[in-house]
Design a protein around this ligand. Sequence first.
Ligand SMILES: [Zn+2]
Length: 377
Amino acid sequence: MDSLALWLALILAAGLGPLKPRPSAAPGSQGTAPVTGPFTAGELKAFAALEPIDTHTHAFVSDPAFLALLHRLHMHILDICVIDDHSPFERSLEPQLDEALAVVHASQGHAALCTTFDPYRFQEPGFAEAAIRQINRDFENGAVAVKVWKNVGMELKNTKGAYVMPDDPLFQPIYRDIAAHHKTLIAHVADPDTIWQPPDPRAPDYSYYMEHPEWYMFRNPHPPSKQAILKARDHLLEMNPDLRVVGAHLGSMEADFSAIARHLDRYPNFCVDLAARMPYVIRQPRAELVAFMTKYQDRLLYATDLGFHPGEDASRVIKEWETTYARDWRFFATSDLLDYEGRRVQGIHLPPSILRKLYHQNALRSIPGILPATPAP
Ligand SMILES: [Zn+2]
């Protein structure tokens, strides 16, 4: 963390220390009341001017009001498919691929597709060849990235009862194919540390593992070790230096930003998204977080993990998406006092040049094709 400490010192010297809340932040709010709710007109203008990109979403309903929200916010999303045998909708690639493609086509340039492959078939003869055929077909249909998910590492076991890891040679031809097509691998491997720990209602992920006991490794009698999964991920990075890899959810190193820093230093083909890990981001000491985001300003991707699944109420979903975008933007772009899931935090007021990288430029470089060649209307 030595170089990070140096950055911290430089930033403090540059006068980016603790900032006072902007007085006119929330019309009608009294004094230090936190700013909440959707964008004000002025905020929306600043946000939309970034042409923001959310590199981690799961949208499978092409609802006109939802698409209108993307247009109004100038928001561009990466729409990610995963195959999850615990979820009726996600048990197979179809129908979610069809629904995601419908969103992409109806979005007029505001959504791009991230496909996946079915890892549950890993023991079938010709597994990799079939996966590559399907992925290449999806590339032809506009997919710009491929997701590998946490079922690799935490669920699939081979005939000897060992967990199948993301660096298993079985997957190597698939990774090579993605690199050969100049596409990007979105790697959600492992999960937060708390999944391996006794239940703690104060942990940011507590409700997730209560709702998804199948992923709660603490209750798994023979869990894989998180360290082993991340080691396999690192091996994947080493074996595929030409493959761009986005480590979803802070690369599952959410509790140790110095580990994220070491990985970004070590693997030039690696960057991380912030999806669903804002509760960890806001818990960092403010000046240290500013130093981290300044030093790694070229390697961090804004992302949420927001979803829109068939059967969900469109107006509730639209409200959730907009308030999430507004809250996150206020945290990064302003020095407002915010209420973040019951915590009072102050925005870190990043300079416009870093915001533009976080919200736009880094995504263009890490996931080429995420925006259409001609600007969206
Ligand atoms: Zn996700």
